[in-house]
Design a protein around this ligand. Structure first.
Ligand SMILES: Cc1ncc(COP(=O)(O)O)c(C=O)c1O
Length: 372
């Protein structure tokens, strides 16, 4: 079955590396090799001795142990690494689901979460988030959408692009509902640990009783997207076997240097994540001021987690036209809602990066020239 173009990734591929200011990206601030190695004394010598043959297909034992340490009761054998969360999504959708299975996907969404699923022949229903209710998706609506053929519910929290985080009560109600109906929850947790308030952190889905699935990576909270390391954690042994057999075809194993660096990042996650959360909290404060100044042009739901927000454009010619002109005339990249197949009114702002204040100031200058 054919797969449609991944609009967000095509858009980023075309523009991200040419824009002077990237104000629409979703990753946290990155680290240099030197910065990463300096967190772990002695690691420089280990790097120089690293053998560059095939790595262990499921991921090195030390990396899987570090990943298992993110959860409460998960063993390293219940983790399998992938080349980014992206490959984990491909692997899950291709092996856990059968054509004609019904799958409900929280929407808007990172496109592969529903697109790969559709290309597998599944019957996909989008579970729309409600901007009027702080982007909360409605659980009563979910109950109406689910039927006897519903095999999986796909969620993402903290969420890209809205910054929504399920409150504890809705999260528990969602799990209870899935358990009653024997539905697997595939939980994209790549923005986990970036809850803006520590109290908002939810249990990882793999730590919830049942055969649910957590998807993670080092791209977002750690800012290490260039390593291409992601993983799936689940207690479902049969699924783990199927995922491993999929990876034998897709990439065999991860890059050995990628696994080495990811292991260091996970073992020193406290420092890396604290630094990124400091940047995020400062940047969200600047966005508060920005959207107050520009309240005639934008309305926004303040995000609760992650690195992105999805404000609404209240005037002008539409999000796509504004983003195109902004890029052409000021070199600033924002992501229009059309790229999320959502609408032409919303725009994704990314606030995970260190240089965001400068980009925001440039945006302010551009808007002053255009809208006074
Ligand atoms: C919600 C979500 N899931 C998965 C991914 C893929 O991440 P990666 O393949 O870099 O690990 C992204 C990237 O933007 C994302 O936003």
């Amino acid at each position: 079955m054919s797969i449609r173009e991944f609009k967000l990734e095509r858009f980023m591929a075309e523009h991200e590396f040419r824009a002077s200011y990237v104000l629409g990206a979703s990753d946290g601030e990155t680290l240099s090799v030197q910065e990463l190695l300096s967190l772990d004394p002695g690691s420089e010598n280990d790097l120089l001795r690293l053998r560059l043959g095939y790595a262990e297909p499921a991921g090195s034992a030390s990396l899987r142990e570090a990943i298992a340490g993110l959860y409460s009761g998960v063993s390293p054998d219940e983790v399998i690494t992938f080349n980014g969360a992206s490959e984990g999504i491909m692997a899950f959708m291709s092996t856990a689901l059968q054509p004609d299975d019904h799958v409900i996907v929280q929407f808007p969404a990172y496109q592969s979460l529903y697109e790969v699923t559709r290309s597998r022949g599944c019957d996909v229903t989008l579970w729309w988030m409600d901007e009027e209710k702080g982007w909360s998706p409605d659980l009563e609506v979910l109950q109406e959408l689910a039927g006897p053929a519903t095999k999986a519910i796909v969620i993402n929290s903290p969420h890209n692009p809205t910054g929504y985080q399920f409150p504890e009560s809705s999260f528990s109600a969602l799990i209870e509902f899935a358990e009653e109906r024997d539905i697997t929850i595939f939980s994209d947790e790549v923005y986990r640990l970036l809850e803006h308030r520590a109290d908002d952190r939810l249990p990882a889905m793999v730590d919830v009783p049942g055969a649910h699935v957590s998807l993670g990576d080092v791209s977002k909270a750690y800012g290490l997207a260039g390593l291409r390391i992601g993983w799936v954690a689940t207690r479902d042994r049969d699924l783990l076997g199927r995922l491993a057999r999929y990876k034998d075809y897709s990439t065999i194993c991860n890059s050995a240097p990628g696994e080495f660096f990811a292991g260091i990042a996970l073992r020193h996650r406290g420092k890396i994540v604290a630094r990124n959360l400091d940047i995020i909290r400062r940047n969200v404060g600047l966005l508060d001021d920005f959207f107050t100044t520009w309240s005639s042009l934008f309305s926004w739901v303040r995000p609760r987690g992650g690195t992105t927000a999805f404000p609404r454009l209240r005037a002008g010619e539409g999000a796509f036209a504004l983003c195109t002109d902004l890029l052409d005339s000021a070199g600033i990249l924002l992501v229009p809602g059309t790229v999320f197949e959502h609408d032409d009114a919303h725009i994704r702002f990314g606030y995970g990066r260190q240089d965001m204040p400068e980009a925001l100031e440039r945006l302010d200058g551009y808007l002053r020239t255009r809208f006074g």
